[in-house]
Design a protein around this ligand. Structure first.
Ligand code: GP9
Ligand code: MN
Length: 689
């Protein structure tokens, strides 16, 4: 009996405790409703951003970034409790607006650059106006505005609380107590998060070069906070850490000979010739030798490829500096910088660049681009690269009729440039010139100005009654990819006219023409799928069960981002197709060997020395070799050959890529090609002191 009473007593105590706990929890919720809604809104937005930008299984299941967001949002929000009355709401509102803005901006930025935004890019926002259409059509989409709705709910919720008289006004003691409890809770969540991190995660967070990886593990808020520190760092770190950078730099290059120590069949083969380099905007390899109903997209380029030396496995290595990054890499064999862009943030550094080296060989060097000279800071940077003169928009006749897309049409640009080159050739013995095209730039929407080129599919279909019928299915008409091919067709036509004019004026006789595609055209993957798997009968993508269905994954998409590289002479001095895996940074050493110059500090190689052993490192740490494409963000790869890979292969190439990116970045940031860099670093430090 006694036992039963004790049992009952215990049960009652337990129940009272549980009820008390439940009451406490519910009273906590009631007491902190606004704060909790603020937390929910901010964490939800960050989660939505990750899901919309990187929809992978790993992302859906990952709690880590949610914990990180929770810690940041709680700690920052906790200060609201120090404020009285309505001010508490206003503080939370401002925080929620900032967090929402971070999500919106990053969502839009990701669409355009497949990366997350960095405050170091703020100095570039002036260029956004210049690419006008491109930004509106490509960047601002409805999905970027989704983040505003949770914010609106937060505002609505506050007003509802006020209306129902449920918005709490706390005493000073209560406010301080709440602040303390909340910040401690945030701190504990943060601590739990930190102890869960692996050393790889910590190291990547510190380096901040793999942005997707960081957002995936640390959430967008921690990423952005870290980015602010990382963006200010280059300015500060150019003052500090010089000795370590110089040491690393010296070690990297210590075994390199000062003079070229090899020869191959291409050595000096083009020495002494004039050089015309064509920077073909957004020219992607997928357009080469492609036909629609038997019509070539690039008939002129295809002919030149037949006559010249063509590299059909060539990748651009751009980061957020797109065109300008390629100019940097092509001319210096360095990689784009890890923060900001070399053209904008580091234009005042010393560069060992092809134009300067050609100048030393007695060439007159120039660049031509019919756009504003300050775009990508070219006015300043072309000087640093060693161009004697930059012929920019001011030197061209640009009128309304001649504008396509971003500016002067390629046909008009080339026509006017030939006149300039004619004068140059009369005044100078030898010249090295760069022509940057413009028409074939995203969004490829000026289709009525490109001329006729159908991207349809004509085919014969058998009707139910057995009769055959010729149909012309829409295929890529009306798609962005289709418009791209129309634009490329125009760019190719302009190129054909340019060659004709050069030839008519005798300017091809002792000249080598180099043409590269500066980067891919940022076309949607879904449209590639349509291109490879189009069914003209249904006017849709084939069924996956269809035996002719071609699997198209994200690796295929990366591999399709290849761009053309062509070296052409009228007399066919160099000829053939080369399928070695090659990157933009290999252009300088490969051309140097042909033209008779050598740069000890090139990060790439003469492709005719490395051949199939080459590796192309991308600014985000991904790399591609003859054997595999490796995605360092996801730690996944695709084998390109039927071969067995040694397990060290990935580790060694990852180390190689990381070192190369690091040395390249430090060489630029610390101005290590400048013989006076040490003195300058010393001065900067003493100025600081
Ligand atoms: C602008 C042109 C385009 O002058 O070079 O630059 P992008 O948008 O390709 O970097
Ligand atoms: Mn470009």
């Amino acid at each position: 009996m006694k036992k039963k009473v004790i049992k009952l007593k215990n049960k009652i105590i337990k129940n009272i405790k549980r009820v008390k706990e439940e009451k406490m929890i519910s009273s906590y919720f009631k007491d902190n409703r606004l704060f909790l809604v603020y937390v929910l809104v901010c964490v939800l937005n960050s989660t939505l951003l990750r899901i919309f930008t990187m929809p992978t299984m790993e992302n859906y299941l990952s709690f880590k970034p949610i914990i990180a967001d929770l810690a940041v949002v709680t700690i920052i929000g906790s200060f609201s409790y120090l404020l009285k009355g309505k001010k508490r709401y206003l503080y939370l509102l401002i925080c929620a607006i900032i967090f929402t803005a971070i999500c919106t901006i990053n969502s839009a930025y990701y669409t355009f650059y497949t990366s997350f935004a960095s405050v170091s890019m703020l100095s570039l926002t002036q260029y956004i106006g210049e690419v006008g259409d491109a930004v509106v059509e490509n960047v601002l989409q409805i999905k970027d505005l989704v983040y505003i709705f949770p914010l609106l709910f937060f505002i609505y919720y506050y007003h509802r609380l006020v209306k129902k008289d449920r918005y709490k006004i706390y005493t000073k003691e209560k406010r301080i107590k709440k602040f303390k409890n909340t910040i401690i809770t945030g701190g504990v969540i943060l601590l739990l998060f930190v102890v869960s991190l692996s050393s790889l995660e910590i190291s990547r967070f510190v380096k901040q070069w793999n942005r997707e990886y960081i957002v995936m593990r640390f959430g967008i808020y921690m990423y952005q906070g870290n980015d602010i520190v990382a963006s200010i760092k280059p300015q500060i770190s150019a003052m500090f850490g010089y000795d370590d950078a110089k040491k690393e730099f010296n070690e990297y290059y210590q075994d390199r000979p000062n003079e070229q120590d090899y020869t191959n069949e291409y050595t000096n083969i083009l020495e002494g010739r004039n050089v015309i380099v064509i920077h073909a905007e957004s020219m992607q390899d997928i357009a080469i030798n492609r036909t629609f109903n038997g019509e070539e997209v690039t008939p002129n380029l295809n002919k030149l490829i037949e006559e010249g030396l063509y590299f059909n496995n060539f990748y651009s290595q751009v980061s957020v500096g797109t065109s300008s990054d390629t100019e940097l890499t092509f001319n210096t064999s360095l990689m784009p910088t890890q923060n900001g862009t070399a053209f904008v943030s580091y234009f005042d550094r010393t560069y060992i660049a092809t134009p300067s080296l050609m100048k030393e060989k007695g060439y007159y060097t120039f660049s031509m681009h019919a756009n504003n000279a300050d775009f990508w800071n070219r006015r300043a940077m072309h000087n640093s690269l060693g161009y004697d003169k930059f012929y920019s928009k001011e030197t061209y006749d640009v009128d309304k009729e001649n504008i396509i897309g971003l500016g002067l049409s390629d046909k008009e640009f080339f026509a006017q440039s030939v006149e300039k080159i004619k004068n140059i050739s009369e005044e100078h013995n030898k010249f090295y010139g760069l022509l940057i095209t413009l028409t074939n730039h995203t969004p490829f929407s000026d289709t009525d100005k490109y001329g006729e080129f159908a991207v349809t599919m004509k085919t014969t279909v058998t009707n139910e009654d057995g009769t055959e019928e010729e149909i012309e299915a829409p295929y890529l008409e009306g798609t962005k990819l289709g418009n791209y091919f129309k634009s490329v067709h125009y760019a190719d036509e302009a190129l054909g006219e340019f060659f004709n004019e050069l030839d008519k004026n005798g300017l091809l006789d002792n000249t080598v023409v180099v043409l590269y595609g500066d980067h891919d055209a940022r076309l949607p993957k879904s449209e590639f799928n349509l291109m490879y798997n189009y069914d003209p009968v249904t006017d849709d993508i084939k069924d996956e069960e269809d035996p002719t269905f071609v699997e198209y994954d994200s690796f295929d998409y990366e591999l399709d981002r290849k761009v053309p590289l062509l070296i052409w002479t009228k007399d066919g001095a160099v000829k053939g197709q080369v399928d070695y895996t090659m990157g933009m940074y290999d252009a300088m050493p490969t051309l140097g060997n042909m033209l008779g110059f050598y740069n000890k500090y090139a990060l790439g190689h003469d492709i005719f020395e490395t051949k199939y052993d080459n590796i192309v490192v991308f600014p985000n740490g991904n790399w591609v070799t003859n054997l595999m494409y490796y995605n360092s963000q996801k730690g996944e790869y695709k084998l390109l050959k039927d071969s067995i890979i040694d397990e060290n292969y990935i580790t060694e190439n990852n180390d190689y890529a990381e070192k190369l990116l690091n040395v390249s970045n430090k060489a630029i940031v610390f101005d290590l090609f400048n013989p006076n860099s040490e003195e300058q670093a010393g001065k900067a430090v003493s100025k600081e002191n």
